[in-house]
Design a binder for this molecule. Structure first.
Ligand code: SF4
Length: 753
């Protein structure tokens, strides 16, 4: 699987000096997070960065991509003119596999349904030196933890739960595809220097309390927004008492509090995990630099001096929790669940219990859940609810099967789904979900938004640890508290479930026959990238045209968007996800969610060519065909939401030249720049009101485009009257070169040539 020990040793070899320098610059002891961040700076630091303010360039060590986001990322990477990804990178085929019957059948079906996507990913990774984990190999974050994560490393991944690798002491961050392209093309990656939250764990988990309950409790404290712009660092005796995979679960769900990422200092549990996953050389290398892989001693002794916020949780007293419904921060201790459910009208009958996913499918998780199932069987109980297991990797699946756990689950009618995302991401063909009946499910995944699991808006989903989910599936009752309550078995006896037991790591070691990994060709230059020309899901990209050096004249208004215009409004998800690898097809969703200021409607704008109202994409396609440039006008925080690059690529592809708004969400603004668009803001916000439906725009001084120099735009109204407005921009010299060359990738390609 080729984790790159040489790369890891190189990171460690340079880390000492970089950390010393950072300590001098900051003039104080360092947190672990600061050590990792300062050790991965793209340029040497001259001064301390301001947390929550400074934008900083980093050089991550690795890139990981999942199959849904990898498609456009790799189509773009092909444009960079590189022969190989600049850093070790992998692609994981996990999101497109539907859970319907059971693993084998579902996997076979997915291989047919997604053949063209898999053929593309398999060939493009082979061509460009990227590892490919085939369908069935496992879920990206579990596979990364088992094979690639390493203490002190920095990784980006095109999936929000990339943060899972914090369990092995990394700073691992979820990003958009365009960021992955930059890093694979050898460019630095920019991040706002985060604020730091320290979470001190005292005591030790006991009984039914699991690592999952720590993050469920934290989510209850911080809410879904509390971690925004922050990295969370866990420490204390309680942290050291957790398994490495338990730490992974906690970091995984850091995404649910909005945190940039979460991490733990290197300790004995990480060393055990590295050795159990056959990475002795990584453990040996980490042991040589232990001091660099955790915070300076003074930090944890007086955390309030070094973190922006400190939270303390006593694990001795922590109760198992269930979070939900509909939001992962609604935390209820199990002892209060019956009362809460009755009060709120949540259905008490549990219909389905689902364990596994990237969040909770370690050997420890599964063995604890299996101990509960085994105990139930021995006491004459069966599961009242349906029950399923989604292993996180083939290595885990093979090992738990070998160790008899799959048989144990079968005794309570458990169904093993493929090693993939399945029910966690709406890829669950749940029978009867279309009836939209009100019902309750419990799962050990991370997100429980409406419709997320089965598409039914009336499914009340609650998140808990795998062992608690198993107990609730057996009881079939959301209000069941295994710590205090009994169940009646087939003989009419009242029995009580024992607290779960399990093994942190398999006593007989991990085993696997075929992990499902495809190593890339050593020299991929002759490898053909397979994209069927008549595919409606994949399309090779053509480079965007360079700027012709002229002022843009005669641009028409496509839409003046009013109010919230997020990346979802600009490039909707849902059924459109299927076209993520086909720029022209997905462009048919461009701005269809944006509200037109002039009629208050979505996807209905006036064409200045015909005078008729029509859909936004069709109207824009007509302008493009007529060779007429257009502009989009927007309100505040335009492009907030995800870092989806499609929201910038679609307007660019269809011929929009500029986006002029009151303010931008920064990531979207950068994405527009990368795609060679003009992202501009009104110098005077009131000018937004001057824009009328039939306006034409002339950019008077684009030829003098320069950093810090506003642009002047003449707005010609239908009655012939004119307004001159000033547009600000934040382009630096490099970004102006992106604009001139048509895109950042065009420039990279030129530089490589
Ligand atoms: Fe995302 Fe769920 Fe897949 Fe994890 S299992 S990567 S949370 S979809």
């Amino acid at each position: 699987m080729a984790f790159d020990i040489d790369m890891i040793k190189k990171v460690y070899a340079q880390m000492g000096n970089k950390v010393d320098k950072a300590r001098t610059i900051l003039g104080k002891p360092l947190t672990l997070t600061e050590k990792i961040l300062y050790a991965h700076l793209a340029e040497e630091a001259q001064e301390a960065f301001k947390r929550g303010e400074s934008y900083v360039n980093f050089n991550p060590d690795r890139v990981a991509m999942q199959d849904a986001t990898a498609q456009m990322a790799l189509l773009q990477f092909m444009q960079a003119g590189k022969d190989k990804a600049a850093v070790p990178s992998t692609v994981h085929a996990d999101h497109l596999i539907q859970a319907k019957v059971e693993a084998e059948k579902d996997l076979a079906n997915a291989k047919v349904t997604n053949k063209e996507v898999y053929d593309f990913l398999s060939s493009v990774t082979n061509r460009y030196g990227i590892g490919f984990w085939k369908p069935g190999a496992g879920i990206i974050h579990q596979v990364v933890l088992e094979n690639y994560a390493f203490p002190g490393g920095m990784m980006i991944g095109t999936d929000s739960h990339t943060v899972n690798a914090g369990g092995l002491g990394m700073v691992a961050i979820g990003v958009g595809g365009a960021d992955a392209v930059d890093v694979m093309a050898g460019m630095p990656w920019e991040l706002k220097f985060p604020k730091l939250i320290g979470i001190k764990l005292t005591g030790k988990l006991n009984g039914w309390a699991a690592p999952k309950d720590i993050i469920l409790k934290v989510a209850g404290i911080l809410t879904v927004k509390g971690g925004t712009g922050c990295i969370v660092e866990y420490f204390g005796e309680g942290a050291e008492s957790l398994s490495c995979t338990g730490k992974g679960t906690i970091c995984n769900m850091g995404a649910e509090i909005g945190a940039t990422t979460s991490t733990f200092g290197y300790d004995a549990s990480m060393e055990r995990y590295l050795r159990a996953t056959k990475r002795d050389d990584v453990a040996d290398a980490a042991n040589q630099v232990k001091d660099l892989l955790t915070a300076d001693a003074e930090v944890y002794a007086a955390p309030e001096k070094y973190f922006d916020q400190v939270i303390e949780i006593n694990l001795d007293e922590l109760e198992p929790h269930l979070n939900g419904p509909f939001t992962p921060d609604k935390a209820t201790p199990i002892s209060k669940m019956k009362e809460e459910a009755e009060k709120n009208g949540w259905p008490l009958k549990v219909e389905v219990g689902l364990i596994g996913s990237c969040t909770n499918s370690s050997y420890e998780d599964i063995s604890k859940a299996a101990s509960v199932a085994d105990d139930a069987v021995k006491k004459g109980l069966k599961a009242k609810a349906e029950f399923s297991i989604t292993p996180g990797s083939e290595q885990v699946r093979y090992t738990i099967d070998r160790d008899g756990m799959v048989d144990t689950f079968k005794k309570i009618d458990g169904v093993v789904f493929a090693n993939a995302c399945g029910p966690c991401i709406g890829m669950w063909a749940r029978m009867g979900a279309e009836k939209q009946e009100k019902n309750t499910i419990v799962h050990s995944f991370n997100r429980n938004f409406a419709k997320r699991a089965d598409g039914n808006p009336n499914t009340y989903a609650f998140v808990g640890s795998p062992e608690l989910v198993t107990a609730l599936a057996i009881a079939g009752d959301l209000g069941f508290n295994p710590i205090t309550d009994t169940l009646t078995n087939a003989n009419g006896e009242d029995v009580k479930l024992d607290a779960p037991t399990g093994n942190e790591l398999p006593p007989k070691g991990f085993d696997v026959e075929d992990p499902g990994y495809q190593a890339p060709a050593k020299d991929g230059s002759d490898v053909e990238v397979i994209v069927s020309p008549d595919s409606d899901r994949l399309q090779l990209l053509s480079p965007f045209a360079e700027w012709n050096g002229e002022n843009i004249m005669g641009a028409k208004l496509l839409i003046k968007a009013e109010g919230k215009c997020t990346t979802d409004h600009i490039s909707m998800a849902g059924p459109w996800l299927k076209y993520r690898g086909h720029l022209d097809n997905i462009s048919n969703n461009m701005l269809i969610g944006a509200v037109n200021k002039f009629n208050g409607e979505t996807n209905k704008v006036k064409s200045q060519l015909s005078g008729e109202y029509g859909e936004v994409p069709a109207t824009q396609r007509a302008y493009k065909e007529a060779g007429i440039p257009t502009i989009v006008v927007g309100d505040h925080n335009y492009g907030e939401g995800s870092s989806r690059e499609h929201a910038a690529m679609e307007p660019r592809h269809l011929g929009v030249r500029a986006v002029l708004v009151k303010s931008f969400a920064r990531i979207h603004e950068t994405n527009l720049k990368k795609q060679g668009m003009l992202g501009l803001t009104f110098a005077n916000e009131a000018d937004y009101d001057k824009i009328q439906e039939d306006d034409t725009f002339n950019f008077l001084d684009l030829k003098d485009f320069a950093p810090g120099k506003p642009l002047t735009i003449e707005v010609v109204h239908a009655d012939g009257s004119k307004d001159e407005i000033v547009a600000n921009h934040t382009y630096n010299n490099q970004q102006i070169e992106w604009f001139k060359n048509g895109s950042a990738l065009n420039l990279i390609k030129k530089q490589n040539a």
